[in-house]
Design a protein around this ligand. Structure first.
Ligand SMILES: Cc1cc2nc3c(=O)[nH]c(=O)nc-3n(C[C@H](O)[C@H](O)[C@H](O)COP(=O)(O)O)c2cc1C
Length: 462
């Protein structure tokens, strides 16, 4: 029996997430991102198509690398304005029964103590349906506006993220024992103080001496998503992430990535089968190949050249306004997402701003699959067979249209082929994906469940 694909919808609380300019398409609803109905309608649609999760990306900051200015981003609505992702979780959960909600939050912008409370609250409200996409951030504009002069250096951001996660594990796994809350009306004991522990965290970046603020939520630690692609990022993902995202157009790089992350996870003592990898793709599907191709050509008419370059400049840290439209890109060292410029200058293809805008403008850095359900299903199956990915993180050209087409045309075809679920499993997001409610025992986070033992070990080392 072949494995069943996981589908995530890749969204963001802004207009035209990975398709700059397409907000102007007459079918696009993404400009309604600030209305709850936009999100609840989308979640219900995705639930009809048995999507595992709706995954909300986020940045704190704006894209001002292109031409040293935020003008192109602001004018074209390139991930600015951008609203808070976490506030979508409650309403989406209320409007649906099963779909997971992946929320992005950066280890560079919020203290782990307050973030632990915010994500645990969402886990309570959604009855255990949240995931956390752990990012370290790449926009200098965000750092400047919260009073830091600049972002920390790339690899240092991952060192901080490691300690950040340790604090989160201590708070969510260790501080409150399973039976700490007794709600004993007779004895007037709500929670047993002997079972609520101070975490005593004293590290290089964070000091968190006290107790966690929340009682254990259905999953305790939310399902952990991550998308590192540098050496430091991949190591972090292999050690901690349960769902890993990769975004690059070719199967070869994805195949190597999947094998490498699984190998590193195994070395870290984890079960590699519990580290699932999803590839970013954009899908344009319709009744026939011709109709799908025509739809794609129509979408492309709305791509904003400047908007797309502003997006890629922000991701990569390279100011693409310095290049002529047909001038091949050269390698540069930056402090943003270094793998992007590495991939675009690895000699496989001469990438120019015009080619990049044409490809990335509808749906981002993954491959674009265009065609009838048969054509697209064949392409996805070939990807799974050749790269060993576990599923796909689907971006949109036009929202909700892209997702509505996937649900209407593609999902039934994949179900007929036996490679896509026909119903949800019961339980929390982690139970649906992995069959267990909490982090598995071999995951590093589970070590913090016996927090008093951890404190003794750490004290002995000091
Ligand atoms: C599918 C996908 C989604 C991502 N979502 C976000 C996001 O919402 N916010 C963010 O700051 N970075 C996001 N990133 C960037 C990653 O967190 C990461 O920084 C990037 O893949 C580069 O890896 P590196 O950090 O190891 O250099 C995303 C990356 C991918 C592939």
């Amino acid at each position: 029996m072949s494995k069943k694909f996981i589908f995530n919808a890749f969204e963001m609380n802004c207009v035209g997430h990975q398709s700059p300019g397409l907000w102007a398409h007459p079918h696009d609803r993404s400009w309604q991102y600030k209305d709850l109905e936009y999100w609840t309608d989308l979640a219900k649609l995705l639930e009809k198509g048995i999507f595992t999760a709706i995954f909300i990306a986020d940045v704190v900051g704006y894209y001002d690398v292109y031409n040293d200015s935020a003008r192109a981003a602001v004018q074209n609505g390139v991930q600015i304005p951008v609203n808070d992702p976490l506030q979508i979780a409650g309403p989406v959960a209320q409007a649906t029964k099963h779909i997971g909600i992946g929320i992005t939050s950066s280890t560079s912008f919020e203290h782990p103590y307050t973030w632990a409370r915010r994500i645990a609250t969402a886990d309570h409200y959604t009855k255990g349906r949240v995931g956390w996409n752990i990012v370290t951030s790449y926009l200098e504009s965000g750092a400047k506006n919260v009073g830091d002069n600049s972002l920390n250096r790339h690899d240092n951001r991952y060192e901080i993220a490691e300690e950040y996660l340790e604090v989160i594990y201590k708070l969510l796994e260790g501080s409150w024992e399973e039976d700490a809350v007794v709600r004993d009306r007779e004895k007037r004991i709500f929670a047993n103080p002997d079972k609520v522990h101070e975490i005593g965290h004293k590290g290089k970046y964070f000091d968190v001496p006290g107790i966690g603020l929340t009682e254990p939520s259905p999953q305790r630690t939310p399902v952990l998503f991550q998308a590192g692609s540098s050496a430091a990022g991949k190591k972090f993902a292999a050690q901690n992430a349960e769902l890993v995202f990769v975004s690059t157009p070719g199967k070869k790089v994805v195949k190597e990535y999947v094998a490498d992350v699984r190998r590193q996870a195994k070395e870290a003592g984890r079960d590699p089968a519990k580290v699932l990898v999803l590839a970013l793709v954009n899908i344009v599907v319709d009744e026939t190949d011709e109709k799908a191709q025509a739809k794609y050509e129509d979408y492309k008419k709305y791509i904003s050249y400047e908007g797309t370059l502003s997006l890629i400049s922000g991701w990569s840290g390279v100011d693409l306004s310095k290049y002529g439209p047909d001038e091949p890109l050269k390698h540069e060292e930056t402090n943003a997402i270094i793998s992007i410029i590495d991939h675009l200058t690895n000699g496989e293809e001469d990438w120019t701003p015009r080619k990049l805008a044409d490809w990335v403008g509808v749906g981002g850095l993954g491959p674009v699959f265009i065609g009838s359900a048969t054509t697209v299903a064949d392409a996805l199956q070939a990807w799974v067979a050749e790269t060993d990915v576990d599923g796909f993180n689907i971006s949109y050209g036009v929202s909700h249209e892209t997702f509505a087409d996937v649900v209407e045309y593609l999902v039934p075809e994949l179900q007929r082929r036996g490679v896509y679920p026909t119903e949800y499993k019961e339980g929390t997001l982690r139970e649906k994906i992995f069959g267990t409610r909490y982090l598995p025992d071999e995951h590093p986070g589970s070590r913090y469940r016996d927090i008093e033992k951890v404190k003794r070990e750490e004290a002995a080392k000091r």
